[in-house]
Ligand binder design. Structure first.
Ligand code: F6R
Ligand code: MN
Length: 198
C-alpha cells in the first residue's frame, strides 16, 4: 500500500520517517557536491579515503495541483575544510513557485536565504523552531552542531527544484564557518549578483 493513499499520522520526532516507506530517498555524498565546497584540497583528501555521506532526505511527494509534499532531511555533522556540511540549496522553479515550512526536530543549524531580487538572510534553526521560507527565496541548510540536524519540510506538491541558478551564481552570498564563539556567517567571494538585482 502506498502510504499516501490513506490519511495517516506521524509523531513530530526525528525518527518519525523510519516508520513508513517514503516515496523517495535521496542521499547526497561528497562526490555529488565537490563543486559546492571551496577548499578543493580538503575535498580531494577526504575523497581519497571515503565518499562521505553528507545528508539524506526522505520524501512523500504530492505531484498534483493543491497537493502537499513533505519530507525529512538529516544532515550529518562535520566539516569540509572549514565549511560545515550543508545541502545543495535551491530556488523553487519560477513557473511553479511556492513557499515552504521547515520544522527543526534535532540539532543546530543555519538556514541561508536569498531572494530573486538579491535580498539575503540567515536564520538560526534549533529544536522546535519553525522557519517560513517565502516563495521566491532560495534556501540552503547547514548543520553547525555536533549531532545530526533533522528537520521536517512541507511545500506545495507541484513545486519544482532549481539547483542550476545557485551554481550559476557561485553559491549563496554567505558561507557558514566555525568561529571562536560558535558558527559565523562570512561573505562568499565566489557569489556573484545578477545585474538586475538590487
Ligand atoms: C524541498 C526542500 C527540502 C530539501 C532537502 C534537501 O523543497 O527544500 O526538502 O529538498 O532539505 O536539500 P536540497 O534539495 O537542496 O538538496
Ligand atoms: Mn525547497
Amino acid at each position: 500500500m502506498n502510504v499516501t493513499e490513506l490519511p495517516f499520522k506521524l509523531m513530530l520526532e526525528p525518527t518519525a520517517f523510519k516508520s513508513f516507506q517514503a516515496t523517495k530517498r535521496i542521499v547526497r555524498r561528497l562526490s555529488d557536491m565537490q563543486a559546492y565546497f571551496r577548499d578543493k584540497d580538503a575535498v580531494d583528501e577526504i575523497l581519497a579515503n571515503s565518499d562521505r555521506m553528507l545528508y539524506e532526505f526522505l520524501e512523500i511527494e504530492g505531484e498534483e495541483n493543491q497537493s502537499l509534499s513533505f519530507g525529512m532531511t538529516t544532515i550529518f555533522p562535520g566539516t569540509i575544510g572549514n565549511e560545515f556540511h550543508m545541502t545543495k540549496g535551491h530556488f523553487h522553479t519560477l513557473e511553479e513557485d511556492g513557499p515552504e515550512i521547515y520544522v527543526t526536530l534535532q540539532g543546530q543549524g543555519k538556514l541561508i536565504l536569498l531572494s530573486r531580487a538579491g535580498q539575503e538572510q540567515v536564520l538560526d534553526m534549533e529544536v522546535g523552531s519553525i522557519s517560513y521560507i517565502l516563495a521566491g527565496w532560495a534556501h540552503r541548510t547547514v548543520n553547525v552542531g555536533q549531532e545530526d540536524l533533522v528537520f521536517l519540510s512541507i511545500w506545495p506538491g507541484q513545486v519544482g527544484h532549481d539547483y542550476a541558478s545557485i551554481a550559476e551564481r557561485g553559491g549563496f552570498p554567505k558561507l557558514i564557518v566555525p568561529g571562536e564563539n560558535g558558527p559565523v556567517a562570512i561573505e562568499n567571494s565566489t557569489f556573484s549578483r545578477c545585474e538586475e538585482e538590487v
